[in-house]
Design a protein around this ligand. Structure first.
Ligand SMILES: [Zn+2]
Length: 372
């Protein structure tokens, strides 16, 4: 199967790259993109649009992945290995080969793009859900996401390492994830199709009629509207652990503290605090049992958008327990024994992403990066 679903090369400078089925058992994005490219009959397009299959091998077999999750291996080290030629198509694992191929195709698009480049990754989930967006909290991502009018989840990248979108986001590009609905629900392809059109409209690539625009917005509308949520907890499933979610949870359902949510290795799993459940796992493959999210106050979003325009890295380095990391511009390491309270919320507010944490240290990167 060809990785390239289709492409339209128009006049404008904006390039939008859609990826679908980076998880092979999530076909809706592929079908929506196919419908877009097959139905294109030469109308005026102000930019270029590409559609790529993420994990071709897993997609052909309708499984999330064959050997390892393709959406968890986009680390800096992996990118350097591919660039250096030590990770090649002759590598052992299926997903490593998929990664090398996808990387080459994306690199080629990047080298040809003359103006702004926007990445959109299309997914679906195993539970019932309304459509929603996931982004790294950059101002560029926020601006585009807000226009779509669906719930927006921030902060997944602090719990999930090595996603494709995080990698391209860290190169400074706009990068938006979309969960179009349940893997098998009849209207998930429709949701993806509507979302794709809204992205093309709000990036200036398409110029939809008022009626079409309204139709696509209506397709995605739900009772949750376009509020922002922050991920506060991830239920990890280690390799070989057996996780069984209690039936009946839908995305964004309210949960109470200590509510019995699942069984892990036959022991009960209770909610550590109240909030809303996100992406409860109702499929065999995957290492995230569920997440808990909480709404973010509008004033916090407003304040963080303004505060992050200041050069905080040099200022914060003056605080006790905070130091810079050699050869990593803007990166800060915080000693948790010295700086004890509310460090993560404070750094979030100032526009930093928590890159990793140990018992002793927290490491933060600034979120806003100019495109390479
Ligand atoms: Zn997915």
């Amino acid at each position: 199967m060809d990785r390239l679903i289709g492409k339209i090369e128009g006049d404008g400078a904006v390039t939008v790259v859609f990826t679908a089925a980076i998880h092979g058992n999530e076909p809706s994005g592929y079908h929506a993109l196919k419908r877009l490219f097959d139905g294109y009959s030469g109308e005026s397009i102000q930019g270029s649009v590409y559609g790529l299959i993420g994990n071709v091998g897993a997609f052909e077999q309708d499984v999330r992945f064959l050997e390892k999750d393709l959406n968890r291996i986009w680390t800096v080290d992996a990118a350097q290995e591919i660039e250096a030629g030590t990770k090649t198509l002759s590598t052992t694992f299926d997903e490593d080969r998929e990664q090398v191929e996808l990387y080459a195709q994306v690199k080629e698009i990047m080298s040809q793009a003359e103006g702004e480049l926007i990445f959109v990754d299309l997914h679906s989930v195993s539970s019932e859900t309304c459509p929603f967006i996931t982004i790294n909290d950059t101002l560029r991502n926020r601006r585009l996401s807000k226009k779509i009018g669906v719930p927006i989840v921030l902060g997944l990248e602090e719990y999930i390492r090595g996603s494709f979108l995080n990698r391209v986001n860290r190169l400074g590009y706009t990068a938006i994830g979309f969960e179009g609905g349940n893997h098998r629900a009849a209207n998930t392809v429709q949701n993806q199709y509507a979302f794709i059109h809204l992205i093309l409209q709000y990036t200036g690539v398409m110029n939809l009629s008022h009626q079409d625009l309204q139709h696509h917005h209506n397709q995605l509308s739900s009772s949750l509207k376009s509020s922002f949520y922050e991920v506060r907890f991830r239920q990890v499933i280690e390799p070989k652990e057996v996780f069984v979610m209690e039936p009946g949870y839908a995305n964004f359902d309210f949960i109470e503290v200590n509510e019995h949510l699942a069984r892990l290795n036959n022991s009960p799993v209770a909610a550590p605090f109240r909030g809303r459940i996100l992406m409860p796992l109702y499929q065999p493959k995957g290492n995230d049992g569920f997440f808990i999210v909480r709404p973010i106050l509008g004033v916090a979003l407003w304040l963080s958008a303004r505060l992050r325009k200041l050069p905080w890295s040099p200022l914060l380095r003056c605080l006790p327990g905070v130091r810079r990391v050699q050869n990593r511009p803007g990166r800060l390491q915080v000693n948790r024994r010295i700086a004890r309270f509310l460090v993560i919320p404070l750094f979030h507010l100032l526009g930093f992403q928590c890159r990793h944490q140990t018992q002793d240290y927290l490491v933060f990167d600034p979120r806003e990066i100019n495109p390479v």
